[in-house]
Design a binder for this molecule. Structure first.
Ligand code: GLU
Length: 287
C-alpha cells in the first residue's frame, strides 16, 4: 500500500440522472484504485451543461454514492462554480495561439472535423465556437487497463471545441482544467471516454503539464449490447441493495466478491484485494 503517496483520483459524474450500475463500476474502480495506493479520491460534479442537467440529480448521485460507502476525501466541487477559471484557461490557450474561431455547424461535416476554419483566421463573430488547433500528429498512451494505444490526428480525432457556440465551456476544456487544479494523478473512468484521451492530452501539453495516468474500465453493456446510460434509461442503483450492487461491480471488474451485507466491510476488503491486472482488457462487457 501507499506506493503512490501523492495519488489523487476522482469520480466526475455529469448530473444528467441518477447513478446506474455502469457509473457505480467507474466510481468503485476509481475509489479502490486510489485507496489501495494510499491516495485520495475526490468527487466532482460536472454540471456545465444546464440544458442536460436534471434538477436534484447531483444530490441524488451523492446520496447513492454515500449509501455505498463512497465519499469524497475533499468537499465536492461543482464545475458551474468555476467558470472564471475556465475563461482564464481559454485566454491562456488563445494567447499561445492554440485556438481559432469556427462557425461550422455540426451537420456540415459527417465525421471528424476537417479543419475548415483552421486557416480562415476568422475574427470573432457570433455565433462561433472556439476550437483547439491540434499540432501533434500522434498521441500515445499506455493505459493501465487497455494497454498501449496510439491515436492519429485526422484519423482518430480532429481539432476539437473548447468553447461552444452557445457560450458554454466544453467538457474537454473543463475536465482538464479541473484535473490540473485538483492535482489529479490518475484518471479512472469508463472506456466510453477513451476517445477523449488524445484531445485531453493535447490540452495538457498546451498547458505545459504532464498528463495523468489513465485506467479505462470496461463499459457495462446491457443485454442489447449498448452501454448502460442515462440516455438508454438504465435503472438507478437501488441503495437498499448496496452490498449486492458492490459485489456485482466487483464481479464485473473480475475482483473477488466479498460475503458481507455491510458496504463498509466490502470496501475495506476490496481495497486490500484490488488488482489492476485482473480487470478485463475490454472496451465493453455485459454484466
Ligand atoms: N462527466 C463525464 C461523464 O459523466 C466524465 C468525465 C471524466 O471522467 O473524464 O461522462
Amino acid at each position: 500500500m501507499a506506493d503512490h503517496p501523492h495519488y489523487v483520483g476522482r469520480f466526475a459524474p455529469s448530473p444528467t440522472g441518477p447513478l446506474h450500475l455502469g457509473s457505480l463500476v467507474a466510481a468503485l474502480g476509481g475509489y479502490l484504485d486510489a485507496k489501495s495506493a494510499g491516495g485520495q479520491w475526490l468527487i466532482r460534479i460536472e454540471d456545465l451543461d444546464p440544458p442536460r442537467a436534471v434538477p436534484g440529480a447531483d444530490r441524488h448521485i451523492l446520496k447513492q454514492l454515500a449509501d455505498h460507502g463512497l465519499v469524497s476525501d475533499q468537499p465536492v466541487r461543482y464545475q458551474s462554480q468555476r467558470l472564471h477559471q475556465f475563461d482564464e484557461a481559454l485566454s491562456v490557450l488563445r494567447d499561445k495561439g492554440h485556438l481559432y474561431f469556427c462557425n461550422c455547424s455540426r451537420r456540415s461535416y459527417p465525421g471528424l472535423y476537417p479543419g475548415t476554419c483552421r486557416a480562415r483566421g476568422m475574427a470573432f463573430e457570433q455565433p462561433a465556437a472556439l476550437r483547439f488547433r491540434v499540432s501533434e500528429t500522434t498521441i500515445k498512451q499506455k493505459d493501465l487497463a487497455q494497454g498501449a494505444l496510439t491515436w492519429t490526428h485526422g484519423k482518430d480525432f480532429g481539432d476539437f471545441i473548447v468553447h461552444r457556440r452557445d457560450g458554454l465551456h466544453a467538457y474537454q476544456l473543463a475536465v482538464v482544467v479541473d484535473d490540473i487544479a485538483q492535482a489529479v494523478t490518475r484518471i479512472v473512468r469508463g472506456a466510453d471516454l477513451l476517445s477523449a484521451t488524445p484531445m485531453q492530452t493535447c490540452l495538457y501539453h498546451a498547458f505545459g503539464v504532464k498528463p495523468p495516468e489513465t485506467l479505462h474500465l470496461p463499459m457495462v453493456l446491457g443485454r442489447d449490447g449498448q452501454k448502460l446510460s442515462k440516455q438508454t434509461h438504465a435503472p438507478p442503483v437501488d441503495t437498499e441493495a448496496a452490498a449486492d450492487n458492490l459485489n456485482q461491480a466487483l464481479r464485473f471488474l473480475n475482483q473477488p466478491i466479498i460475503a458481507s451485507d455491510n458496504p463498509k466491510t466490502i470496501l475495506d476488503t476490496a481495497i486490500k484485494n484490488w488488482r489492476i491486472d485482473r480487470i478485463p482488457k475490454l472496451i465493453g462487457k455485459t454484466l
